[in-house]
Design a protein around this ligand. Structure first.
Ligand SMILES: *[C@@H]1O[C@H](CO)[C@@H](O)[C@H](O)[C@H]1NC(C)=O
Ligand SMILES: *[C@@H]1O[C@H](CO)[C@@H](O)[C@H](O)[C@H]1NC(C)=O
Ligand SMILES: *[C@@H]1O[C@H](CO)[C@@H](O)[C@H](O)[C@H]1NC(C)=O
Length: 418
């Protein structure tokens, strides 16, 4: 055993020793900080998020969160503070659903309630009185998550997607909703089943490209289009188009200023356990995917003019996936909220995104314009009367932990000024 000298040091010496120690620490810190830009990148970012709760019984409160000291791929990007107001929650929690805003109504389709239960109905949010009101069924044969979705201001085209819970295969079945009459009709099936394919209406044609193949995991590059008018195909079959340079699911596809854009996404996804009768999503494969295969990326591709060439634009501010309908177009900018970035190499967990991104259609440049009250993926977004809304999705574990946890129906809005 080590013996200590138990002789008491007089109080006044302790004071002098303390003073000396403080001086040494101060000068060392001072010295190090002059090199901090290049050598010591351990500064945690302090972010202030104001959450204003306006629901009955709610209070106004500020929340200070300490961002994790992840490297730039996983860390929260410094962003201006946005003040969010919590609205009525959606009637159900929803992951991997989809949405279409038509005027003052946000139609929210399908999605997982949990891994074993998927929705087969539509919930409608009314921006005029901020209520969730109507609910109606989807066709029984329609996919329940990972939809390709586009609308022309009245008709919502729902193309393929995953049919059923867990990691069941995708379908090629497609449908159209007339939002005026709330009647569904069949739409011509895709040539092959697809899982979360980027989908948009561009120059009178419905375009569907990329996504995952039937097993969810394999990457598709094919691109098809078909002429559409008033909720109907005006051609007999899908036409093959220029394949997208990088395939895969979970990206946003937006048409603005007569151009078609495809943002971010990933290559690969969870697969079913081989031989599982319920197509159980495999955890083992999750680890495999984390290490080797799933590539979440920040690529941006654009079609313009006659659509004969894909042009690659500047990257998104960070690799992003799972934001298929988490965007709005406002004043010549595309606003994208949330998503998920790469799996962390140590924890092998997915990291969610809580930034609000802006893509300017005039300069084709990116910026980060704010932070959400929490990180969330596959949230659905809308814009009405100056307010940016988001609802539902799967949110993070907490301010210090960006891995996915609860599937939620929570709805928030913030006043947007670009
Ligand atoms: C963050 O770390 C990952 C894994 O080590 C690495 O692949 C990535 O390039 C890093 N990103 C930055 C911006 O340093
Ligand atoms: C939306 O709310 C407004 C204002 O309360 C109401 O006039 C309108 O009928 C509602 N729309 C629908 C489709 O419920
Ligand atoms: C969009 O532009 C209009 C007209 O310039 C302006 O009044 C409005 O505040 C802008 N909206 C946002 C969200 O910045």
């Amino acid at each position: 055993m080590v013996q200590f000298n138990t002789k008491q040091t007089p109080r006044k010496y302790w004071f002098l020793i303390g003073l000396f120690a403080m001086t040494v620490v101060f000068s060392v810190v001072n010295h190090l900080s002059t090199y901090s830009d290049s050598t010591f990148k351990v500064t945690p970012t302090l972010e202030s998020i104001k959450v204003r709760r306006s629901f009955p019984g709610g209070v106004v409160k500020d929340q200070i969160t300490l961002a994790l000291t992840f490297n730039a791929t996983y860390a929260d990007i410094p962003a201006p503070t946005l003040e969010w107001e919590e609205m009525a929650a959606a009637p159900v929690g929803r992951l991997d659903g989809g949405s279409a805003q038509i005027g003052n109504l946000l139609y929210v389709f399908a999605g997982y309630e949990n891994i074993n239960h998927v929705h087969s109905h539509v919930d409608v949010f009314n921006f005029s009185d901020n209520t969730w009101g109507d609910r109606f069924d989807m066709p029984k044969e329609m996919a329940n998550s990972h939809l390709g979705i586009a609308n022309d201001g009245r008709y919502v085209y729902i193309i393929s997607g995953q049919y059923g819970a867990q990691c069941r295969p995708s379908t090629s079945r497609s449908f159209v909703l007339d939002t005026k009459t709330r009647k569904w009709s069949d739409f011509i099936s895709l040539p092959f089943p697809r899982y979360a394919p980027p989908t948009q209406i561009w120059r009178g044609r419905l375009h569907v490209m990329g996504g995952g193949k039937e097993n969810r995991f394999e990457i598709a590059l094919e691109h098809w289009s078909i002429g559409v008018k008033d909720g109907k195909a005006i051609e007999k079959e899908w036409r093959s188009e220029l394949p997208i340079p990088r395939g895969g699911p979970h990206r946003a596809c937006v048409v603005a200023n007569d151009r078609l854009f495809v943002f971010g996404g990933q290559e690969g996804d969870f697969m079913p356990k081989p031989g599982s009768p319920i197509f159980k999503c495999s955890r083992k494969i999750e680890a495999y995917i984390a290490e080797i295969v799933v590539a979440v990326h920040s690529d941006v591709y654009m079609l313009e003019g006659d659509g004969s060439k894909w042009k690659q634009l500047g990257d998104m501010p960070k690799p992003n996936s799972h934001f298929e309908t988490s965007w709005v177009i406002v004043n010549s900018s595309i606003i994208i909220i949330g998503g998920s970035t790469r799996l962390h190499p140590l924890t092998k967990k997915m990291n969610l995104i809580g930034e609000v991104f802006r893509f300017r259609l005039d300069t084709l440049e990116w910026s980060v314009i704010g932070r959400m009250p929490f990180r969330v993926k596959t949230t659905v977004a809308g814009f009405w009367n100056g307010w940016l809304y988001f609802s539902s999705g799967q949110r993070d574990t907490g301010p210090l932990d960006p891995k996915p946890k609860k599937i939620v129906g929570t709805t928030f809005r913030t006043q947007l000024r670009l």
